[in-house]
Design a protein around this ligand. Structure first.
Ligand code: NAD
Ligand code: ZN
Ligand code: ZN
Length: 346
């Protein structure tokens, strides 16, 4: 079968031929219908060898949906032919966090060498993939695979971040979204669906700002040294009750800190390597700063239900598997509008 592999540190991903895997006891084989392209893959492919916690080559793709093609011994929850979405942050299944469905915060994954698909385990950018346990699948129902696949990360990650801050997003409040790419353009829609907050989007590209407005941002302004003043002006000096930074670089973290209201939340989602110092007089009184990772299994079900309710529409660009390296190049250069999705069966 064809698969997209990251083969050597610093090298571009390549399309290669590998054997179709065979599911062991408790595992499932998926025929992958769609796989999403996330900016985190580009971050991982920029890491030096010492930072990689898994061996290469690696089949990329941590957003995946497909149909069950075969089940290993003992699997009863799904049958061949079922349409499913992969819950990516695999954990051990038995620690206290996993027991709550928060496998993204598994206490033992590192010690046990458990890695998400596409981020250590063979991922979804292939004609077939192995899912290690039925627990890591959720029914897709009649959701469109291309629309649904970004929801497993570009939907789930912002959903988790936003849900945490919902009590602060009361009428009259403001939410700021920094970076309106794959995650950010879904975040705007989740904010509009779940809260009465006014949404201000920030990006460096006019095309992304146009997308932000199209998906529901009330204001969309350039991200630069003047952004803090602009947000303060738009909020009558008060600032934003919640700021979501989907870039996470030094300058955007500083913008996030400068925009946040007294008692507000700053959530740094992006892997841009920046940080926000917190201290008396440095940040607004009683502001909270956090950096979450992905989301829980229960939240994935909720995001899919939100899509079924018709209030999220992911903007996608589709590519054949042979074109996956081009999709990564376009994402790297900021050219992707919404989410790039690979179709391994086309
Ligand atoms: P993307 O490339 O689709 O979107 C990034 C957007 O940020 C683009 O629209 C780009 O124009 C914009 N941008 C770049 N520099 C900017 C700046 N200085 N100010 C404002 N906007 C700027 O990327 P994505 O796939 O949506 O991922 C976004 C970030 O989230 C990445 O860093 C990714 O690694 C990270 N991520 C984190 C988690 C997590 O669990 N914490 C999960 C998924 C992705
Ligand atoms: Zn991701
Ligand atoms: Zn666990």
């Amino acid at each position: 079968m064809k698969a997209v592999q990251y083969r050597a540190v610093g090298a571009a991903p390549e399309v290669v031929q590998v054997p179709v895997p065979v599911p062991g006891p408790g595992q499932l084989l998926l025929k992958v219908t769609a796989a999403g392209v996330c900016h985190s893959d580009i971050a991982v492919m920029s890491w030096p060898a010492e930072a990689l916690t898994f061996p290469l080559p690696l089949i990329l793709g941590h957003e995946g949906v497909g149909t069950v093609a075969a089940v290993g011994d003992g699997v009863v929850a799904f049958e061949v032919g079922d349409a499913v979405a992969v819950y990516g942050p695999w954990g051990c299944g038995s620690c206290a966090k996993c027991a709550e469905g928060k496998e993204n915060y598994c206490l033992r994954a590192k010690e046990l060498g458990i890695n998400p698909p596409g981020l250590g385990s063979p991922g979804a950018m292939a004609e077939y993939m192995i899912v290690d346990d039925a627990r890591h699948l959720v029914p897709l129902g009649d959701l469109d695979p291309v629309q649904a696949v970004p929801l497993t990360d570009a939907g789930l990650t912002p959903y988790h971040a936003i849900k945490r801050s919902l009590p602060k997003l009361v009428p009259g409040s403001t939410a700021v979204v920094i970076g309106t790419g794959g995650l950010g353009h879904v975040a705007i829609q989740i904010l509009r669906a779940l809260s009465p907050a006014r949404v201000i989007a920030l990006d460096v590209s006019e095309e992304k700002l146009a997308l932000a407005r199209e998906v529901g941002a009330h204001e969309a302004i350039l991200s630069n040294a003047e952004s803090v003043d602009a947000v303060r002006k738009l909020t009558g000096g008060k600032g934003a009750e919640a700021v979501f930074d989907f870039v996470g670089a030094g300058p955007t973290a500083a913008t996030a800190g400068g925009c946040v209201a007294i008692e507000g939340d700053v959530t740094i989602v992006g892997l841009g390597g920046g940080s926000l110092p917190v201290g008396f007089g440095t940040t607004a009184y009683e502001a909270s700063v956090t950096s979450p990772y992905w989301g829980s299994r229960g939240e994935l079900l909720e995001v899919l239900d939100l899509a079924r309710a018709g209030v999220i529409s992911v903007h996608t660009e589709t590519y054949k598997i042979d074109e996956a390296p081009t999709a990564y190049e376009r994402l790297h250069s900021g050219a992707v509008r919404g989410r790039a999705v690979i179709l391994p069966q086309e």
